[in-house]
Design a protein around this ligand. Structure first.
Ligand code: NAD
Length: 391
């Protein structure tokens, strides 16, 4: 080995040591994470509203109207407060050179739950500085360790809820990989015991609370022996110790991606738990089968905070052409429904889902049409009328 190689190894080893030290400190903080908040026992629940960029303010505005309808009695009594949070626009973030301004994070931390519009993450060629994703900073800042995404396809008997690990895996050190020398680049995948245990409990609790009997863990544990092997084993151990009423089965991620829609393969899928990267990919595949971007919402859950959003982005082309009034609000409205279920009103979420089925699939009396057809507001008027008719 030559001197340059030796020097490269020393640099890489030092960097690796720093990363491990930081991670061991984070593990201690995760261990201190308290019992998840029980929203049904709170006297006051603050819902923060972050409108987002592009089409965000339009569609989030419609979702707020739906929240006001579903939670009317709670808002009137003062138990639930809707609080608008300003200052998370790409223009302001670019001017400050900050992905997530501290005042916005502080305001978000004061809320129990958040409804968020999509946020621009600048790409090469965009007229903005190269800011890192505000979404991932919000997830980390609020310690939202679960990405939860429901997928329903009634005609196929599919009712799945994905629990994606949201902070660790390949993403936690995503921008901290080591370019050892010109020939060698190394990235990392992280799996921690306390991080995986709290994810397992969140998924297993959800299964139990929602009458589900099977949790499926998806990994590549046969190849990625430590990170994926531990992930799978930790979840099986938590289930065996604390949830003997729930069956845990394991599947490989490649087979899952290939056979997701095969009824023989997916017949026992109910609650599905995955590490971060596989979760990102498999939930997008599932959303695509369900009906594309407009049809899916997601929740980012932590012990003390939760954030709900559509899975699509800011639709810059629509926004630039002045077509935001016709953007489809269904995905962010579904996110608002998840929020309502999460804070203790699952029956109100179910009513919203039923109204969306009527308005989007069975009755379809108001169908949005770009330019001169019904707008996002017209569709939401129809949806609210339908919710009210359901009583
Ligand atoms: P996108 O989801 O914004 O757009 C993809 C396609 O779907 C486009 O044709 C768009 O017009 C259409 N579309 C999306 N939402 C729609 C809606 N509600 N109604 C009608 N059509 C809709 O994805 P992209 O173009 O890859 O990303 C644009 C920006 O959004 C980027 O800055 C990206 O970083 C950001 N983004 C943010 C989030 C988030 O905040 N969670 C998620 C994805 C993308």
């Amino acid at each position: 080995m030559n001197a340059a190689d030796q020097e490269a190894i020393e640099r890489a080893t030092k960097r690796f040591g720093e990363l491990i030290a930081g991670e061991l400190e984070r593990i201690e903080r995760v261990r201190q994470d308290g019992t998840p908040k029980d929203y049904t026992k709170l006297d006051h629940i603050t819902i923060g509203i972050l409108p987002g960029d592009g089409i965000g303010p339009t569609i989030v505005g419609q979702a707020v109207r739906v929240l006001e309808c579903l939670l009317a009695d709670q808002i009137e009594s003062g138990r639930v407060e809707l609080r608008h949070i300003e200052g998370l626009t790409i223009e302001r973030r670019a001017a400050l050179g900050e992905s997530l301004p501290q005042d916005v994070l502080d305001a978000a931390l004061e809320c129990d739950v958040l409804l968020k519009g999509p946020l621009t993450t600048p790409r090469p060629g965009d007229p903005y500085p190269n800011l890192v994703s505000a979404n991932s900073l919000l997830r980390r800042g609020l310690d939202l360790f679960v990405g939860m995404r429901p997928i329903r396809m009634a005609d196929k008997g599919i009712d799945w809820t994905f629990f994606r690990e949201n902070l660790e895996g390949e993403y936690i050190w995503g921008d901290k990989g080591i370019q050892v020398n010109d020939d060698l680049a190394v990235d990392f995948k992280v799996c921690t015991l306390p991080g995986t245990e709290r994810l397992a409990r969140m998924a297993l609790n959800y299964a139990r609370a929602n009458g589900k009997t099977t949790v499926t863990v998806i990994t590549k544990a046969n190849i990625v022996k430590h990170a994926d092997g531990n992930f799978q084993q930790i979840i099986c151990d938590v289930a065996e110790r604390e949830y003997p009423d729930i069956t845990v089965q394991t599947r490989l991620v490649d087979a899952t991606a290939a056979k997701l829609m095969d009824p023989d393969f997916n017949k026992d899928f109910q609650v599905i738990v995955l590490p971060n990267l596989y979760g990102d990919i498999v939930t997008d595949i599932a959303a695509e089968h369900q009906g594309g971007l407009g049809s899916a919402a997601s929740a980012n859950l932590g012990s003390q905070h939760a954030l709900f959003e559509a899975i699509h982005g800011t639709a810059p082309t629509l926004a630039e052409q002045g077509l935001s009034p016709w953007a489809n609000p269904c995905s962010v409205i579904r996110a608002a429904g998840l929020l309502v279920g999460h804070i203790g009103f699952p029956e109100r979420r179910a009513k919203l889902e039923q109204a969306l089925d009527i308005c989007c699939d069975t009755e379809r009396r108001v169908v949005m049409g770009f330019g001169d057809g019904p707008t996002s507001t017209d569709f939401t008027d129809y949806l609210i009328e339908t919710i009210q008719k359901l009583g």
